[in-house]
Structure formats: C-alpha cells, structure tokens
Design a protein around this ligand. Structure first.
Ligand code: 5AD
Ligand code: FES
Length: 353
C-alpha cells in the first residue's frame, strides 16, 4: 500500500458517504487502493453517521454458545463434524435459562443463542426454550444463530417468540462459497434461508469473514453489494482465524486493518445497521473491539456461556474470554468502551429505522 490517497479514492469515499452505494467495481477499487489516509477518512465519515443515529451508546448482546455439535463440515470451522478432537457438549434448557438469568442481572436485554447445526434442537425443543425466555423476560429480545433450517422451522421459532436471526452468508460469490464449504452445502440454499428469515419477520443478520482463504477484492465487492441490496438489520464481520484442526489450519488470518476498513464501508452503505465489533476482532488484536467501534461498529457480544464450555466452543484458535466469568466480560467491556468515550447501553438495542 502506498502512502497518500489519490483524488479518485477520496471521491469514492465521499460518494459512498453521500449515496450509501457504489458499483461493484468501485467497491473493489476502493478496497484494492486503500491506504492509511483513506482508512482514516472512511472511519471519520462512518463514526459521524453512527454517532448521529446511536450517539455514544454501544449495544450489547449476551452470547450463549448452546451446543458445539454440528452436522456440517465447513472447512474453516473448528467445530466441524470431521474434527474428532473436539469434546462435544450441549446445554440443557435449565443451563440456558440460568445463563439468561445471570445475564439479565448484569444488564443484558438481548440474548443470542448460538450453536452448531445440532439435530437435538428440534423446533419443539428450541421453541420451548425461546418461549420460556420470552415469558420470564418479556422486555428482552431473543436472537437465534442456529444455522440453516426450513422456512417452516423459521416460522415456528418466530411464532415461539424469537425476534432476530443471525446467519452469515459467509461469501456472496458462489465459487468462493464452494471453496469454503463441503459439496453438500450450497450457496443458493444459504441465500434462500436469508430471504426466508426476512420474509418471516425476523430482524435478520448476514455477514462474512474477512481474509477467508481464496477471498479477493472482487469477492468482497460482491459481499458489499449483497449487504447493500439485502439490507440486513445486522451484519457480522470478523477476521478469519485459522483453527489448527481444520483443512485451513495453516492459512493466514485476516487482518485488523482490512476488517476495520470494511466495518467503515458497511456503516456507510447502511447507516442504521447493527454492526458488531466481534470476538474474532478482539482475538487478533488486544484492542480489536475498541478499534472496531472507532471504525463504525456499534455492538459488542460478550460471552455469557458457562465457563466450563467456553474452551470447547472453539471456532478458531486463541479465542479470548474463555477463562472469564460473564460478569467479568461485561465489566471488562464496559471499561474498555468508557476508555474510548462510549458506554454499554442497558437496552434491547433494536435497529433505529
Ligand atoms: N475464524 C473466524 N470466524 C469463524 N467462523 C467460523 N469459523 C471461523 C474461523 N476459523 C465464523 C463464521 C460463522 C460464525 C458463527 O463464526 O462466519 O458464521
Ligand atoms: Fe471477556 Fe474482556 S470481554 S474478559
């Protein structure tokens, strides 16, 4: 990367800030020709617009990793079914409710139930857990992040009370998608699921890894076009980090710098979007999450899982917070946010439309 932003790059950034879209070619050009100065201008515009909508509040979601049992075999993921070195676990209804109760006391008003594609969580079992949480804590939002399911299943869980659903699209390029996933998974189904979620009435989140193997500026440009057109309520992005027991174990990790640049771009594409500074970002750099907020993110997702299972839910190597109590994570993040002039809101944290 050369120093000194060209006039063209400057114009692309101002155009994005004003019109909230660029052509796919322009997205790729901006990514390929970025430099420090461009990143600084982009972040400035992103933070401006984020502040005008959300002020200094950072929304929090308590993440509960309910199961690491997964029928899928994504090549990047540490809990893929081919990895026989994982000690598998699943949380019971009571375990999950205990996490929610603890989280509520700590100020969480959104709970994300995330897990592998574990057949144990049938519509009835998962629906029951969702409705128990919603009955006991009607002022809270429940987000599911449980992978690909049928339209009927998405409807059933929505009727049971689930408010939001996260399903990262992983990449918006079908050929790239095929390089990251086993043959039985399809890009078409992934995208279909996302449209099903949206039409069912969920606040829907998509997202992708930054620096995943075989990713290019062109595939990233497609990701950004997809975000622009799909208009998700949430968009989760974080660096790819290799997991030693996967086929991608010796690949390079995504960078902090590119992740921050993309966070700023996504904020400008959709100013209201809920954009987390992810745990993966906090894993590749000690100040990753703070830097994410300063690039335009407005959500953090501290871990609320029981300490005993956190190390087992290892999607990538060196995941942070695996030894910390939930209360510690909340306090830690609160301090980190205050140190940069923000604060953790005690709020469901719905999108402002
Ligand atoms: N590095 C970073 N993120 C990963 N995920 C899965 N494996 C990895 C990895 N090795 C992300 C995927 C998935 C989300 C739950 O975690 O994008 O959708
Ligand atoms: Fe978990 Fe800092 S957020 S210890």
């Amino acid at each position: 990367m050369e120093k000194g932003m060209t006039g063209e790059i400057h114009e692309l950034i101002e155009c994005l800030a004003e019109n909230h879209c660029l052509s796919e070619k322009e997205y790729a050009r901006l990514i390929e020709n970025r430099d420090e100065e461009a990143a600084a201008l982009l972040a400035e515009r992103a933070v401006e617009v984020r502040k005008s909508i959300y002020g200094s509040a950072v929304y929090t979601r308590g993440l509960i990793e309910i199961s690491n049992i997964c029928r899928n075999d994504c090549l990047y993921c540490g809990i893929r079914r081919s990895n026989t070195n994982v000690q598998r676990y699943r949380l019971s209804r009571e375990d999950i409710l205990a996490c929610v109760r603890e989280g509520y006391g700590l100020g969480f008003r959104t709970f994300v139930l995330q897990g592998g594609e574990d057949g144990f969580y049938s519509d009835e079992v998962l629906g029951d857990i969702v409705s128990l949480i919603k009955t006991e804590f009607p002022d809270c939002a429940v987000t599911l992040s449980m992978g690909e399911r049928s339209l009927e299943s998405y409807r059933f869980l929505h009727d049971a009370g689930a408010d939001r659903y996260l399903l990262r699209h992983e990449t918006a390029d079908a050929i790239h998608y095929a390089k990251l996933h086993p043959p039985r998974m399809s890009f078409e189904n992934r995208i279909r699921c996302l449209y099903h979620l949206k039409e069912t009435g969920y606040q829907t989140g998509c997202g992708f890894m930054v620096g995943s193997p075989f990713q290019t500026a062109q595939t990233l440009a497609k990701d950004l076009k997809f975000v622009e057109e799909f208009h998700p309520d949430m968009c989760g992005i974080g660096p790819f980090i290799p997991h030693h027991d996967t086929p991608f174990g010796s690949m390079a990790a995504g960078t902090l710098e590119l992740t921050l640049f993309l966070l700023s771009m996504i904020r400008l594409i959709y100013p209201q979007v809920l954009l987390p500074a992810t745990t993966a970002l906090g894993t590749i750099h000690p100040k990753g999450r703070e830097l994410g907020i300063l690039a335009g993110a407005n959500v953090v997702m501290p871990n609320l899982s029981p300490t005993g299972v956190r190390k087992k839910y290892e999607l990538y190597d060196n995941k942070i917070c695996t030894g910390d109590e939930s209360a510690q994570c909340r306090t830690c993040l609160d301090q980190r946010m205050r140190a940069i002039g923000y604060y953790l809101a005690v709020d469901r944290g719905d999108i402002k439309k």
